[in-house]
Design a protein around this ligand. Sequence first.
Ligand SMILES: [Cu+2]
Length: 147
Amino acid sequence: MFRLTSVAAVAVLVAGLGVAEAQAPLTASGAWVREPVPGRTVTAGFVVIENPGGADIQVVGASSDVAGTVELHEMVRSGDMMKMAPVKSIVVPAKGKVELRPGGLHLMLFELKKPLKEGDTVTLTLTTDNGATVQASAAVRKFRMQP
Ligand SMILES: [Cu+2]
């Protein structure tokens, strides 16, 4: 019994070290994509990215099975208007998270390969600065402004 426990403890320790050495993976949750305006081939995607590791991780790119190109975007103030602009990377802080949401950071999906309707599911893939990828299954939803 003692022996079994020790082996398990060592295995957990080794697995833990392995993850820390290679790279702490990001997790993606709550992903969704806005139903595009009919006839448009561009839309936005949102996801919460968490970094359980002890070092900051940069997301440097994104892709999707339904889009020709995906860019990382932010909203910036221009006079009294909010405009969106591409960003090179999004830093996910160690032991922290970044929330991509309407009005803030988001993914921009261009060259949609098919019309997307509420209820569809698409895949979003994020690429980190060390070449790792994390995938999220994103539900297509209509975006309704809060009253
Ligand atoms: Cu955008």
